[in-house]
Design a protein around this ligand. Sequence first.
Ligand SMILES: *[C@@H]1O[C@H](CO)[C@@H](O)[C@H](O)[C@H]1NC(C)=O
Ligand SMILES: *[C@@H]1O[C@H](CO)[C@@H](O)[C@H](O)[C@H]1NC(C)=O
Ligand SMILES: *[C@@H]1O[C@H](CO)[C@@H](O)[C@H](O)[C@H]1NC(C)=O
Ligand SMILES: *[C@@H]1O[C@H](CO)[C@@H](O)[C@H](O)[C@H]1NC(C)=O
Ligand SMILES: *[C@@H]1O[C@H](CO)[C@@H](O)[C@H](O)[C@H]1NC(C)=O
Ligand SMILES: *[C@@H]1O[C@H](CO)[C@@H](O)[C@H](O)[C@H]1NC(C)=O
Ligand SMILES: *[C@@H]1O[C@H](CO)[C@@H](O)[C@H](O)[C@H]1NC(C)=O
Ligand SMILES: *[C@@H]1O[C@H](CO)[C@@H](O)[C@H](O)[C@H]1NC(C)=O
Length: 512
Amino acid sequence: MLSFIPLMGMAIFLGRCHGLDNSESIVIPRPYSGAEYVPRDLQSFSIEFAFFPDYAGNKSHPNHFSKNLLENFKDLTGIYPLVRVGGTSQDHSDYFPEQKENIQLIYENPDDDQPIQINYGPTFFESYHTLGPVKFLHGLNQNQNRSIKQLQDAAIEACTAIGPQLHLFELGNEWNFAPGTYRSANYSLLDYVHEWNYKSSVVKSAVQEACPGPFPGFMAPSFVLLDSVVTNGWTVQKLYNLGYDNKNLTKEFSFHNYMGVNLDPTSNGADDLQKTLMNHTSIIENLAPQISRSKDLAYLGHLYTLGEMNSIAGQGRNGETNVFGDALWMVDFSLWAAAHNIKRLHLHQGLNYRYASWQPIFSKGEAIATRPPYYGQIMVAATLGRADNSRVVNISLKEDTEAAYGIYHGEKLSKIVVLNMKAFNETTSSGRPSRQYQFQVPGRYDYVKVKRMIAPGSDSTSNVTFGGISYDYDLKLGKPVTVHSKKEIVEVRGGTVSIDIPDSSAALLTLV
Ligand SMILES: *[C@@H]1O[C@H](CO)[C@@H](O)[C@H](O)[C@H]1NC(C)=O
Ligand SMILES: *[C@@H]1O[C@H](CO)[C@@H](O)[C@H](O)[C@H]1NC(C)=O
Ligand SMILES: *[C@@H]1O[C@H](CO)[C@@H](O)[C@H](O)[C@H]1NC(C)=O
Ligand SMILES: *[C@@H]1O[C@H](CO)[C@@H](O)[C@H](O)[C@H]1NC(C)=O
Ligand SMILES: *[C@@H]1O[C@H](CO)[C@@H](O)[C@H](O)[C@H]1NC(C)=O
Ligand SMILES: *[C@@H]1O[C@H](CO)[C@@H](O)[C@H](O)[C@H]1NC(C)=O
Ligand SMILES: *[C@@H]1O[C@H](CO)[C@@H](O)[C@H](O)[C@H]1NC(C)=O
Ligand SMILES: *[C@@H]1O[C@H](CO)[C@@H](O)[C@H](O)[C@H]1NC(C)=O
């Protein structure tokens, strides 16, 4: 039963509850005693070093689109996301103070996802001043071993050029791969400890001399320790037992995370979408080692972040990570991480990457565009909002293809997120099935405002909206544009709110 009532000049869509027929009403648990507040910049970014100028532009050609997309987070949460500039290309990037060009990218094969050598000069740092008051985590090359002066120069240029917008440094990316790649096959974890401790103290001394004031510190160790990748038996327990970071220069832990690895970039991931990404169980299993590591390392007193992460490693896979299903994964993954005290998620981006949240410039035939994953990030930011005392609780549901969370502000339940991750293809001609959910809500609430994240299907690469808003490039350069103005409000009946969620969609319910 639906009715329209006019309110403040807008059409209001008033959904009535459908009765308590088949599904049980769901009780939202209280935050467990160890649940910590979720930082508003949970949704943050990591941009591949080689492609940072493409994302940010430079002084004469700033990238307004990227700036707008970052500003949208500020509008929702009150603060900007943090941006890490790093990744694999960071350890192939050499700083040359005399170089006039901001960046030179040298490719082994023009079709490769990344260059094998990057040379950058002082004007590279113009890109740190085009995106507004964003703070950065700047990646330094640990691999370069020709001269320690080159590392000192790079660190000094970074602290002087980035200035107060420099949040932290990072030294080396994914050095669990170092034996046999960056170093000889017999390079040991102890060798790594010695090298990092030495080079990090060199960076600190150089920076303290050139940029007086407190040393910013590092995010570290930036390992990717997953079952699906080579770890050379390196673990964080062994790392710290060997005296890693003996001067305590680390401020934030950074571990990298992916749901799987794309070994064949030309393969189509459609078959894997439901199995891997739109799958709550697979998310829980994937995050479990990070959650237990964060507890094991809590005694060191650093914030625990996923300093580089995304859905499928190897820059993603078409049909899986560039479609709307990835946005649903984004919301479920992020809220599960938030519910388990992971403090920041740096979603990794690169030009033409198949999981990128946006394509910042035209390249390799790919138009400038906001991609579906961006909408997942926006929904998470909207869920957290502007409060500094948000906690997320996970709610148990029966199937792999569904998930729900309660959001508390202090002791007060204020929002509910529910996801129906059953695949629905945009070309399917039959009607779109939906599932009904009933949640018990505290007696003081009469209505629930509903904002839906939806697209024509889980395989859609465009036409995504959240709360009726599109952030597409073609509409207003990534600024929000209302494309469906219908407001949806659902009545609370007998302490219960009932909501239908179409397959391959999610809803944010705000209790009012
Ligand atoms: C700034 O960006 C423009 C457009 O990409 C480029 O042509 C120009 O060389 C860049 N400036 C510097 C100093 O690198
Ligand atoms: C490691 O291998 C290099 C050659 O690849 C050799 O020079 C070095 O002595 C070896 N170090 C140890 C500790 O075995
Ligand atoms: C690189 O530098 C580190 C630290 O000075 C040193 O321990 C290591 O042996 C060097 N590696 C190579 C391949 O030169
Ligand atoms: C090391 O730094 C962290 C901040 O990242 C701090 O919480 C911790 O107390 C410090 N540890 C020591 C032994 O000083
Ligand atoms: C979801 O992931 C779990 C754990 O990996 C797996 O057992 C299950 O089969 C997956 N579900 C679907 C629908 O593929
Ligand atoms: C939330 O997740 C934890 C696992 O981290 C689990 O122990 C707990 O039962 C879950 N809570 C609910 C209500 O499902
Ligand atoms: C959607 O389409 C893909 C291939 O394009 C197919 O593998 C998948 O089974 C379809 N899913 C549904 C739910 O129809
Ligand atoms: C996406 O939106 C465009 C513009 O509104 C429309 O022409 C197109 O049919 C839509 N695509 C799908 C699959 O709904």
